[in-house]
Design a protein around this ligand. Sequence first.
Ligand code: M6R
Length: 622
Amino acid sequence: MCGIIGYIGKEDAVPIIIDGLKKLEYRGYDSAGIAIYGQNGFDVVKQKGRLAALEERLSSRQLENNPLSGHLGIGHTRWATHGEPSDINSHPHVGSRNKIAVVHNGIIENYRQLKERLEYSVQNSEGVTFASQTDSEVIAQLAEHYYCMDNVNAGDLIDTVIRVSNAVEGSYALGIMCIDEPDVLIAVKKDNPLIIGVSDSGNFIASDVPAVLKYTKEVYYLNDKEIAVIRSGSVQFFNMDKEPLHKTTETVTWSMDSAEKGGYPHFMLKEIMEQPKVLRDTIQSVLGEGANKNVFDNICVSRFKKIAIAACGSAYNAGVTAKYVFEKLCRLSVETDLASEFRYKDPIIDNKTLVILVSQSGETADTIAAMREAKSKGAATLSIVNVLGSTIAKEADYCLFTAAGPEIAVATTKAFSAQLVLLYMLAIRFAHKLGLLTEYDEQELFVEIAALPYKVSAILEQTDAIQKYASTCVGYKSIFFIGRNIDYAIALEGSLKLKEISYIHSEAYAGGELKHGTISLVEENTLVVTISNCASLFGKIMSNAQQVISRGAKVLLIGNCSEIDDDTETEKLYYISLPHVSDIFSPSLSVVVLQLFSYYVAANKGLDIDKPRNLAKSVTVE
Ligand code: M6R
């Protein structure tokens, strides 16, 4: 989704904003722009396409001895929703009177009505003519209307922002500059993230922490409907009644290196390789002291009759995987729902239900809505989130943090693995609290969990076979993934990973479902990735593999199958073996091979792996 960065301070804002935009590229975008408060007022450059194109425009300006420069500015990467990707639809938007410049992330649902009202006044010679097709331009025009036209409170920027916030419906994170206030940058948000970074050389606004990490680790997390008035050396906060608010900064623990590729060709590969450390840190966050341990100790599971898990995309797949573990260990009924469905299905939940929301970003619109739906029905909510200060982290009754650090590649890898491990540990602790596991059993399982990072390292040390096999798979139009029981759950994630970055059509099926329709899709040289870690189901999944092989398919078998020997491998069946682990934890190992497989297929196709087409890292609109 869109990315916002703004700066006010002693330095030239332009390189800081461009650098910040680069750090936000991972969010997904199709155009970009920058507005600087220059010597002659707002100086705006907007460009469809990648940031490189915007940079080229800035370089030309330099060559023409007309460089963009100033100490206050806002920048934006746009992911088109209303209006095609184009220079004119890119942000920042400046009102027709050239008084207010705005960058916006979110969707203004009542923009048509507002636009019509503002345009209507044209006939009375006071109205405005819109330049773009976007919903966002309404904010700039409306702000100018309030700032310039009305008698009451005209010329007061905070009043203007309050009036705009009250008039618009939908979601927004806004960075605002006013021509009469060359020393002020305004930020306000509702249902979209915005942070404020503070440093000795200036202050920042940004959609996400990586954009400011190079300059500061001290940030304010802005809450909904809070207004920040940011100057070079100060930040003041107000509520919608214009009363001052007291807020304190938080220190970010993420390192600057985590937002850099560090020698890897792609963030995705770097993040795959970081998984042993991420797993160790996440496990330690429960076994050591700290916030996660407190949640584990304090949550009273006996009051719940049911667990519901709601999430989107990979986070949903983590939930589906966890369902098998919770049900096996806790004997509690677990429902998993796509958050986008949960919110509209009138879920059967009450104060005896624990609703678990899983989200890397903590800002996914559907997951936020699912959480609010759960709360409105009296259910307890527990979130598993990677981003401190995010909406889901703040609003859920309990929050567990995945210690994955910033995840930049759109395709999630390390955050998914961290979610899985927290969910396993939660299931183990719940089972112990419910009297279904003795303390000794619980410790034994935690010891096995603590060994997972080493087993993942062992897989990551031998990627050659996966890489070689993947290089033969670039030509497939379609690849299927099958598994049974918990292997089916992780097959879903393998399939999602492949399609999102390689653009190869892919589906995942439970092995037992094949004969109920899907097998008709299998033909000569179809590839069926088959996952087999559940010893008791080995015979069953292998007969599924044989059924597709007999129909001409090739099988890539991934798992821990003691029955496989050199003779089993044929031209049609290639086997990648995994270290031994209990069935319920095996997804943590399978997924690493599946991630690498997808990565190498996409790399062999020469695709833009970190920023796949049409996708955004954090889906902050419905
Ligand atoms: O930030 P979230 O975990 O809530 O995001 C949910 C999905 O959008 C996300 O997992 C998406 O499916 C990933 N691109 C998958 O790699």
